[in-house]
Design a protein around this ligand. Structure first.
Ligand code: F6P
Length: 405
């Protein structure tokens, strides 16, 4: 059978997750033996342009020189993509903003030898955009600027793109994707578009290549069997954190997501300190279940002083909601949001680490591994082992591993 070829053109403002989606598509297509390559305009610009392109004015649509350079880069990548398909490649992904109507017209007129599918990434979640911008300004391109100047510059860059943005509508083949939630908002795909079932499926699936899901080390509250609170690690807990740090020393962990609680951040710190370049990102979404009016009590105190809580929870642990607090069932939305946030901020090819809590980790684990809800509150989450999770279209792997030598 003749191999079919396809151009995919990403569309979207900066920091909308286009490169993450492009990488994910490439990974999955390659796994299905579809020869795929990404042509990223930003990377090419950083490679070949000598002037300082961290300055937002470079992206001003009225700056003729900047426009000419960017158009030249776009053209170079369009030509390279075309050559790739003509040399036997199957999917060429143009990873650039492509937000203006003129740019897309240009792509359509130059690439008329194979079908084109436009994929627009949409995400207007302010908090996630802020976090994503913080990740972007880590790039060497902004190295000479203060943090504030880099953030400001990146936001100005976004507003320049915003001023020329025209959402997809008249194009023959397009998908509008909520890139935070992996949800298709709108799609128009002609039946002759090759690989479209695969592509659609990849777009809507949360995938993690390498996720290390760790529970914080032992705390003073753990020794007393007390729940909740914001207790610190014990000597043994610190030793566990150091053992984890030693275990992960040879793996590259660019980001560690924790909760906002001291015990998870303290567990992550020695791990970060053994890495060359690693940032801890505390997310409130990964906080432990809020046990409301039972916070800081021991299980024995609850059984003695609040038997109604103890027995109601025993009867239906997943659906029980602590008064003034949470239950497993009501944690689900925030935990899902935390996972989306962590995946959005990470490169899909990188190792991802989450240091969480017993109940929080149960919910994270069950996001990737189907468990009946009534079994979720009993998933085994020890402190001397961690879960390694690899969950893609093609592979589902869950391993409980010891980090001790
Ligand atoms: O004991 C540690 C802990 O993380 C508590 O803070 C939390 O309330 C509890 O585990 C959750 O586990 P379970 O739902 O089994 O009570």
């Amino acid at each position: 059978m003749k191999k079919q070829s396809l151009y995919i053109a990403m569309v979207g403002l900066p920091a909308r997750g286009k490169s993450t989606i492009a990488t994910k598509l490439k990974e999955n297509l390659m796994h299905d033996s579809v020869k795929t390559r990404i042509y990223n305009n930003g990377n090419l610009r950083r490679k070949i342009v000598r002037t300082d392109t961290s300055d937002a004015r470079f992206f001003d649509p009225t700056n003729r020189e900047g426009v000419a350079i960017r158009e030249k880069i776009a053209l170079l990548n369009i030509k390279r993509a075309q050559k790739f398909l003509n040399d036997g490649g199957q999917v060429a992904i143009l990873d650039a903003t492509n937000v203006s109507h003129e740019r897309r017209e240009n792509i359509l007129s130059l690439l008329n030898d194979h079908p084109i599918l436009f994929i627009e990434c949409i995400n207007d979640d302010e908090e996630i955009l802020e976090a994503s911008i913080l990740r972007k300004i880590d790039m060497a391109e902004f190295g000479h600027l203060t943090r504030e100047a880099a953030i400001q510059g990146f936001k100005e860059r976004i507003s320049y793109y915003h001023s020329i943005q025209k959402p997809l509508s008249g194009e023959r083949n397009f998908i509008k994707l909520d890139s935070l939630n992996n949800k298709i908002i709108q799609e128009e795909i002609a039946p002759d578009i090759p690989y479209h079932d695969q592509i659609r499926d990849f777009l809507v699936t949360d995938t993690v290549k390498h996720l290390f899901l760790i529970r914080h080390g032992e705390t003073h509250f753990n020794l007393e069997d007390r729940i909740g609170g914001d207790s610190e690690l014990t000597e043994n807990g610190w030793a566990q954190a150091r053992a984890l740090a030693h275990y992960f020393k040879k793996k590259q962990i660019p980001l560690i997501f924790t909760s906002e609680k001291k015990r998870t951040i303290q567990t992550a710190e020695p791990i970060r300190d053994q890495q060359e370049d690693c940032t801890i990102i505390p997310l409130e979404e990964f906080n432990e279940i809020d046990s409301g009016f039972c916070e800081c009590m021991t299980y024995e105190e609850i059984r003695r002083d609040k038997p109604e809580v103890y027995y109601a929870r025993k009867k239906d642990k997943y659906n029980y909601i602590y008064q003034e607090g949470e239950g497993y069932i009501s944690m689900q939305d925030r935990i899902n949001r935390g996972i989306k946030k962590a995946l959005y901020l990470s490169d899909p090819m990188d190792n991802i680490m989450i240091v969480g809590h017993r109940a929080a980790n149960r919910m994270i684990l069950s996001h990737f591994l189907f468990r009946r809800t009534e079994d979720v509150p009993y998933i085994y989450i020890p402190q001397d082992k961690f879960y390694y999770i690899s969950s893609t279209q093609n592979k589902k792997l869950f391993q409980l591993k010891s980090y001790h030598p």
